[in-house]
Design a protein around this ligand. Structure first.
Ligand SMILES: Cc1ncc(COP(=O)(O)O)c(C=O)c1O
Length: 461
């Protein structure tokens, strides 16, 4: 409480430019049809006490699950936030940690979902199980919106309940015998799904890596693109651009090298383009902009960060018919089989939302939401730059990657949480290459972003 008082006084007396009323967010606020959630104070639900029992089944634990480290990064952060709130119950915690969207879904999109939802109550409008691969009009709209002139057709598109779910389904399709490479640092779902599938060895504490995963180091020194001459051949290469967590987007030249590398090695690239619409320069938004990519790459993407669909759940994966396994069998056919077995298709209401997203009005509404988060990004970038930190990312992604040379990411995370009540994400949670960095997410209400930046200025002035 004392700290909280100190903080408010300090902030009130700060000469930060952010104290000036900003009109950056006002247009969005007035356009929003749904009142913004009042989430100034984020409260965590306490983890329920596990009931103690002495009874044990005779089922042995999946040994691959036992290989996983302490827990998925974000639940671990949530645990630390909950502990922090126990210590400071009155703290106004601001969460810029997990990359979850905060702004209301534009009503041109929710209207599409509402209409479909009401139609389900009519005889004519009712539909049950749909095509597992997704509804044809949506697949066609995805193909023409994101892959026009790239030789990708609706038949190559698999609509899903999100990119993360598709990453795991792809892993099931590949099986446990494949080897894989990831950018280091990278979005944790690639490594964890690989561990769960049994593609890896044990976690090696001394180097912070799993055995049998090729970690492709991405640092400011190499422009966050791996030195492929030092990367060992693997079957699968996970590659995310714009990247979570570093926020950097690969250039056309770099992606040409990646595609050539995959072709020379007979590897498959799983290209994650979940943030493609955040690209604001000439860098590619799809791997299929690179000639020859269809023979070596598939691409997964999502409406989550464009339209605030993190809760609605809708994404897609493109598996080109040209992509073949070593025996000539199409990868798409196996993926289709997995989708039919493990998934019954995305919610029809969510798919109506996806179609609304891709209407001319929906596209411009999504661009506005993305523009809003990009303004947040600029505010965060400017704050840390003005404090003398080296900051990366931001330009083409909703993440700012802040360097704290020589320090442990978790120590910096704890320092920021303890002294400013702001939740960030420790870079080392994304792989050993993230050590010494902290990721600050630009997903947040404008007031919270401004308030967090005031607190950062107070802490590091
Ligand atoms: C790189 C990347 N891929 C995939 C996802 C998950 O997307 P979805 O919500 O569609 O499952 C995220 C979410 O944060 C992400 O950062």
């Amino acid at each position: 409480m004392a700290l909280q008082n100190h903080l408010s006084t300090a902030i009130a007396s700060s000469s930060s430019a952010f104290l000036a009323p900003s009109n950056l967010g006002s247009s969005r606020a007035s356009n929003a049809s749904v009142p913004a959630k009042k989430t100034g104070a984020v409260r965590c639900v306490a983890v329920p006490h596990e009931e103690k029992t002495t009874y044990k089944t005779k089922v042995s634990r999946n040994a691959n699950m036992a290989k996983l480290q302490a827990g998925y990064l974000f639940p671990e952060i949530a645990r630390r936030k909950a502990t922090h709130l126990q210590k400071y119950p009155d703290a106004k915690v601001i969460s810029l940690g997990i990359g979850d969207t905060t702004e209301p879904i534009p009503d041109v999109i929710t209207s599409g979902m509402a209409k479909r939802s009401y139609a389900l109550s009519t005889l004519e409008g009712y539909s049950g199980y749909g095509a597992e691969q997704g509804e044809k009009p949506l697949r066609a709209a995805i193909a023409s919106t994101f892959y026009r002139d790239l030789g990708i057709g609706e038949e190559d598109i698999f609509v899903s309940d999100g990119a993360k779910c598709d990453i795991s389904r792809l892993q099931v399709a590949f099986g446990s015998h494949v080897t894989m490479a990831v950018q280091d640092p990278s979005y944790p779902a690639y490594v964890d799904s690989s561990v769960i599938m049994g593609q890896t060895g044990l976690f090696q504490e001394d180097i912070g890596k799993y055995a049998k995963i090729e970690y492709m180091k991405c640092t400011p020194e190499n422009g966050f693109f791996p030195d492929l001459s030092t990367v060992a051949r693997t079957d699968i290469i996970f590659f995310c651009s714009p990247n979570n967590p570093t926020g950097s987007a690969a250039t056309r030249e770099q992606l040409k090298r990646l595609v050539k590398f995959a072709k020379d090695n007979g590897s498959i690239i799983v290209y994650d383009s979940a943030y493609a619409l955040y690209v604001s320069d000439d860098n590619p938004r799809s791997i299929f902009e690179i000639p020859g990519a269809k023979e070596v790459a598939l691409e997964t993407s999502s409406f989550s960060k464009y339209a605030g669909f993190t809760g609605v759940r809708l994404g897609w994966t493109v598996v080109p018919k040209e992509l073949l396994f070593s025996d000539g069998f199409p990868v798409a056919k196996d993926f289709s089989r997995i989708v039919c077995t493990c998934f019954n298709g995305a919610s029809n209401i969510a798919q109506a939302g996806g179609l609304a997203c891709l209407s001319p009005e929906g596209l411009s509404a999504m661009r506005e939401v993305i523009g809003f988060y990009k303004e947040n990004t600029e505010i965060i970038m400017d704050t840390f730059s003005s404090l003398g930190f080296k900051v990366y990312g931001g330009k083409n992604a909703p993440y700012v990657w802040v360097h704290f040379p020589g320090r442990s990411s978790w120590d910096v995370f704890s320092e920021i949480l303890e002294k400013t009540h702001v939740v960030t994400t420790p870079g080392s949670g994304f792989g050993p290459g993230g050590e010494g960095f902290v990721r600050v997410s630009a997903f947040g209400h404008r007031d919270n972003i401004l308030e967090a930046c005031r607190r950062f200025k107070q802490l590091y002035k």
